[in-house]
Write a protein that binds this ligand. Sequence first.
Ligand code: RP5
Length: 159
Amino acid sequence: MSVLVGVIMGSQSDWETMKHACDMLEELGVPYEKRVVSAHRTPDLMFEYAASASERGLKVIIAGAGGAAHLPGMVAAKTELPVIGVPVKTSTLNGMDSLLSIVQMPGGIPVATVAIGHAGATNAGLLAGQILGAFDPELQQKVRARREAIRLTIESSVL
Ligand code: RP5
C-alpha cells in the first residue's frame, strides 16, 4: 500500500516523542514514512520534502519539533496537505516554547497543533487516522472501535 502519512521531526532526539505517533499509525494500519527533517539544519531538504509531499501521494504530514519549533509551520507554508504539529517537550521550558512556536500561525496557513509531548504525538497519529478515515470506512471503523474500547475501560474502572 502506498505511503499516506509523512512523520517528520526536527532531530533524532525527537524520536522518543514522535514514535508514539508512529505507534498509533501502525495500530490503525495506516502506511507511513518517518524521517528527520530540520527547519534550521536542513532547510533545503525541508522545502523539498514539503513541496513534493503531495505529488508523492502523501495525504497528511505530522511534524514534530522542540524549542524554536519552526518545522510544522514552514512545512505548512509549502504544501496544501493538512499538517499536524507536535510540540516536543523541552528540558529548558517544558515544551511551552515548542507549543507557542507551533500554535500561533498567521491566518491562511494552518497547523493543527496537538498537546505537548507523548499524548500529543499519540493524538497526532490518531487525528491523521481520523482525517483519512473520513474517506475510508474501514479505517473509520477502527477509530470507532478504539474509542469504544476506551469507553468500556473507563466505565469498568474499579477504584
Ligand atoms: C529542534 O531542536 C528539534 O526539533 C529538537 O526538538 C531540538 C533539539 O535538537 P537537538 O539539539 O537535540 O538535535 O530543531
